[in-house]
Structures are given as C-alpha cells and as structure tokens.
Design a protein around this ligand. Sequence first.
Ligand code: TYD
Ligand code: MG
Length: 456
Amino acid sequence: MARDRSQYRCAECGAVFAQWAGQCTTCGAWNSLAEQAAAPAVRGGARQSATGWSGERTVVRLREARAGAPARLATGSSELDRVLGGGLVPGSVVLLGGDPGIGKSTLLLQTLARLADTVSVLYASGEESAAQIATRAQRLQLGDADLPLLIDARLEAILDAAADCQVLVVDSIQTLFAESVASAAGSVSQVRECAARLTRMAKTHGISVLIAGHVTKDGALAGPRVLEHIVDTVLYFEGDSTSPYRIVRAFKNRFGSVNELGVFAMTETGLKEVSNPSAIFLTRHPRPVAGSVVMATLEGTRPLLLEVQALVESSPLGTPRRLTLGMDGSRLAMLLAVLHRHAGVALFDQDVYVNLVGGLKVTETATDLPVLLAALSSLRNRPLPADLFSFGELGLAGEVRPVRGGQERLGEAAKLGFKRAVVGKLNAPRKPVPGLQVLALEHLGEIGDVFAQLVD
Ligand code: TYD
Ligand code: MG
C-alpha cells in the first residue's frame, strides 16, 4: 500500500517526492530532501484545511459575513501594536521569527505577563524549564506576575491546556511535537503539523496564538517556509547582536500593513520601546566627516532618519569590491553605473563600501540619492554639511524619481533640525518649508553642481 511508503520532503519549500534526490526540483535547493513517513490517513488532520474551517460547508454571503473591523486586544506595547496593525486579533496566529538569542522569548514573556492582568493566558515552553523562565522573569522585574506556565513539548498537551485561554504563547515551534507524526521535533512534517493544528485551534476557539520560531543561518525560518503561509502574521526580529537595538518587522500581515516597524532596545531589564527611532539611528559626528550623509527613509507610515556611510578607496584588485550592509548589493552596482554614465564619475578602479548605520535593513529605493552623495563625498574627501539630508530614487536614464511620503520625510527632518535637503524635483514641497532649503534635482547630471555648492 502506497500509504506506508516513505516519502521525501524538501525542507525549504515543502515539496514532496517519492524518491530521494540531491537537489529539490521544485525550488532548486541542494541537500534539502529529508525522509519522512507518508502522512497518516486521518489522525492529525494536516490534510484538513489549515485555516480550520473544515467540516462546515455552509455558503455565506459576503454582505452578511461583513463583520466590521476585528476587535483587537492591545498588547500594552505601542511598538508591538504598531507592527501587528493595532493589536492582537482574536483567533489569529502570529509567528515571531528571529535568530537564537535575539529576544523572542523575552518579548513574548513581557507581553504575556502584561496581558495576564486582563485576559486569561498560557505560556507554553518546550525549550526552557520553569526555573529558567522564572529567572528571566525576575530579570525582567516580572517575578510576581501571575502567569500560568506549561512546560511541555507535546502539542496535544498544549492544545488541551490552552482550550479556554484567550492568548497562548508557544516557545518555540521547533521544539514542539505532535504524537500523530512519527518524525523528530523540528522536522518539516512536525513543524507543519504543529503550526496547522495550532492555527485550527486558534480559529475555532478564537484564541490569539503567538509562536516563536528560530531562523537558520541563511535567514529562512528553520524547517518549512510553508509555515509562513499557514499563519496570519509573520514578524521578524532584526538587528545586529552587537547593538542593543532590535527591530521587529511585519513580513506578512492579514490584519494590517506590512513593512511597519517596531523598534526596541534590549536593556538590563528586558526590551524597552523606542518611540523616537530617528534619535537612535542617527549618529551625530562632532564635526562633519567625508562619506557620510543622512537619509530620510519611510518605514511603513513612520519616517526615520539614519546615516548612510560610503567609503571609496582605490582598489588593488582587478575587479574592485562593492560591499553593502543594510541595502541591496546589486543596487549599488547599478547606481555606480548610472553615476558613471550620467554624471561622468568613474569608480571602476575603486572599492566601494556602503553601510547603513544602526543595523537597519532598508529595502526601499529612496537610498539611491543619499548613497551616491556619500560616495561622491568619500571619493573627493569633502565632508557634506551636517545639517544636510537626502532621499530619492534614480532611474537608469539618470532621472531622479519621486518617492512616496516626501512631505513626511521633509517634515521629520525639519523637526530634527535639518536645514538642507537634496531630493528629486517631484518631491520638492510646493510651498516652502520654513527654515529648510531644498535643492531639487531633475537629473543626476546636476549632482556635480549641487555637490560643489554644498561643500563650498
Ligand atoms: P531570548 O529572549 O532568550 O532570545 P530568543 O528567545 O530569541 O532565543 O534573548 C535573550 C538575550 O537577551 C540574551 O542574550 C540575554 C539578553 N537579555 C538582556 O540583555 N536583558 C534581559 O533583560 C533579558 C531577559 C535578556
Ligand atoms: Mg527563546
């Protein structure tokens, strides 16, 4: 019978094969196929819909199903509420991913301890003992919190214990195992099964479930990427381990916008909210330095100022280096080509390094203009004024294109005391902003003149 045969599942994309192979033909990953027993016929129920609407086949009319905005449960942390889109939605499942040690357990424990005052909660951990959690709680000054703990890695036990609570935390999905699945905890089939059944319970009982998940070295959630499809919201912790700042970014959100950021600082007593992030990402040098430009970025709905640094240095190599931290590396190569073609600045014999200070990853294109300004400043070894900031996208034809939220960016920078802006013409404010001089570019060809004007 086919059911009893093993099958092979790709740990990256979840595709199933009858035979083992060195490479997954679906996603191209190498060495990612792992053997597992074929799914059991009924038990477990991974074969039912992961959303939990199994069984009932009642057709409803959209008009009648309209329920208004979901009631949300404030988590007590304005930064976390912001990334969630306004708080926890009952019956929703949130996956909190991040490197080991970045602060997932800390954030979940802090949040749950706050919620425990008003709603019924459960903290289920398959990773740490009650004593370890208590030590952490003491450190977080939450030692007196009245928080029910369940130290168990069995999914069935957790589902049982959580049936009548409103908010459940599971730490972490990789340690959980369902008895109906034969493979080891952390394997693709276990992680999928556990996430699917937790999701089903969340939907049927209206429980908000928060799941911690570790990510692998290459940044994927360990185990299947399919997890991201099962849950409603995926949040990722970012930040480099040497800095105290931690960013929580929404990667997927069925109940709010993505790209919204929550900013925290890891302190002696746990994660603290940072409500004015520009203040931390912006380092001010005692005197202006070459290769440094402040950029105004817009993350979700919040403008944020941060420093872009570039170092341009003659290269001893045949193929000079292009290295970026915090932005896309191939975008830098493209920008340098545009700079060459449209502004006549050749960097083919120079190494170019770009760093977005503070560990933030910026994916938007408004970095283009500040990066090139910083590179020019480093190349010519001329510092730009400290009260200058910039943002703007570049096209391959050398045109400076507008980016969204120009007014918000200009406003935030003006509020923080910046006096000069280099932006695209279409982002220039229609009526002058008091105290702000705007240098508007239509084409990259003008950058040489603007630069000369600024460093004089
Ligand atoms: P943790 O929440 O255990 O990480 P994860 O669950 O993502 O693996 O993070 C613990 C790290 O944070 C650990 O390196 C110590 C540090 N930390 C503090 O700096 N202050 C604190 O109050 C706590 C609880 C942890
Ligand atoms: Mg942990």
